[in-house]
Design a protein. Structure first.
Length: 398
């Protein structure tokens, strides 16, 4: 009898624990958003949301319908604009699968902090999506471009951004929590990568463009945008963007092309490690940047004997000079052109001399211009490839 009562109690407890979610929604009741675009409008914000067409994603039979649809709405706040979407979108929009948020360039220049409040506050939003800027464009136009190799344009943007960051190094993938950390920290300004439409944006919206070998419009990841507080103030070029990634220890792999005998040689960097230290000396910030890079020789167009160790040492020196040159250009543009501490020199001083930083903080914009950087670059060539001589040397009979 006691055993029977115990079983009954156990079953009742299970019923209370194994209840369903009170707020569950069926898939046919929601629209899954993968990308969000934010532009400025006369009333406040113009919102663009990219929605998946699930039938096109799941179907094995090709049709002329697109895999995504974009909806637009304006509002005084981001939240109001989202609610206005209900008059156009046929279903409740589900935001937990958003992969990327795109700011139009004008919206980024006017400030992004206020628009970020919704993404931090809303319980449906995750914080692992990436943020970029539509360079020289509206986010609205950019999210309407169809991509040939990926049915969902937001997937293409994310994969291109991550791939270029890992293998080329002039871009930087930033998630929401990283951006908020930079915007709220002392002595470190934020950055976001740019993306632009290459070609005719109007033709890029037509599904017929996907049938062409050379699409009339493509989405291309561009360089890094520098912020002052929460406003975009300018762009780094490719060399400066690479230098930025060297500084923040974000170079996984890249190609260093160096001149030799009126031709060129390319080195594939396979590893890179940067450490930064900062201190004040005679009221001037001193930063020591130490970079250790390992690489393989990938392409040689000049006449050089790579079996000679002295020539290998020369190549290593050329690589070191190239890395330092890119880092110097980044320091110059951040101090002199934008006067924005995107490299986090103030944060280094804050960590090493917290009491001194309290005195410097209010005048940091002027003090930053006087910062001195000492470079310690060490490059090592690991391999020369499957051949020891260059093709040029073999042609010349060496």
């Amino acid at each position: 009898m006691t055993i029977g009562i115990n079983r009954l109690i156990y079953i009742l407890i299970c019923f209370t624990i194994l209840t369903g979610c009170w707020s569950n929604k069926e898939l046919n009741e929601i629209a899954i958003a993968t990308a969000i675009g934010i532009d400025k409008s006369e009333t406040g914000y113009l919102l663009t949301v990219q929605i998946i067409n699930p039938g096109e994603i799941a179907s094995n039979v090709p049709t002329n319908r697109t895999a995504t649809t974009t909806y637009h709405a304006s509002g005084k706040t981001i939240f109001e604009a989202f609610r206005r979407l209900t008059v156009e979108a046929p279903r409740k929009i589900y935001f937990s699968h958003v992969q990327i948020v795109v700011f139009g360039e004008e919206a980024a220049k006017s400030g992004i902090v206020q628009s970020l409040d919704f993404f931090l506050r809303d319980h449906e939003m995750r914080t692992n999506f990436l943020l970029v800027i539509a360079k020289d464009s509206l986010a609205d136009k950019l999210l309407n471009i169809l991509t040939p190799m990926d049915k969902i344009p937001s997937n293409k943007i994310v994969s291109s951004l991550v791939m270029s960051e890992k293998n080329w190094a002039p871009t930087y993938a930033v998630k929401l929590d990283q951006l908020i950390n930079k915007l709220s920290s002392d002595g470190h300004e934020a950055v976001l990568t740019g993306i632009f439409v290459k070609g005719d944006s109007e033709l890029g919206k037509d599904s017929l463009s996907l049938e062409k070998i050379d699409p009339p419009a493509t989405l291309q990841i561009d360089h890094i945008g520098a912020f002052k507080e929460d406003k975009l103030i300018g762009w780094l070029n490719e060399e400066e963007s690479k230098g930025f990634n060297y500084f923040i220890d974000n170079v996984t792999s890249t190609i260093v092309t160096i001149p030799c005998s009126e031709k060129n040689m390319s080195i594939e960097l396979i590893r890179s490690k940067t450490t930064l230290k900062g201190h004040m000396k005679n009221n001037v910030p001193h930063i020591v940047a130490t970079v250790r890079a390992d690489g393989n020789i990938g392409d040689v167009e000049c006449d050089i004997d790579l079996t000679n160790q002295k020539n290998i040492l020369k190549v290593e020196q050329w690589v070191e000079e190239d890395i330092q040159s890119k880092m110097e250009s980044t320091v110059n543009v951040s101090k002199e052109k934008y006067n924005s501490d995107i490299l986090g020199f103030g944060e280094l001083i804050h960590r090493s001399e917290p009491q001194e930083w309290k005195k410097l903080k209010s005048q940091w914009d002027e003090i930053l211009k006087e910062a001195v950087v000492e470079y310690k670059i060490h490059a090592t060539i690991q391999r020369t490839g499957n051949i020891t001589d260059s093709v040029k040397r073999k042609e010349c009979g060496h």
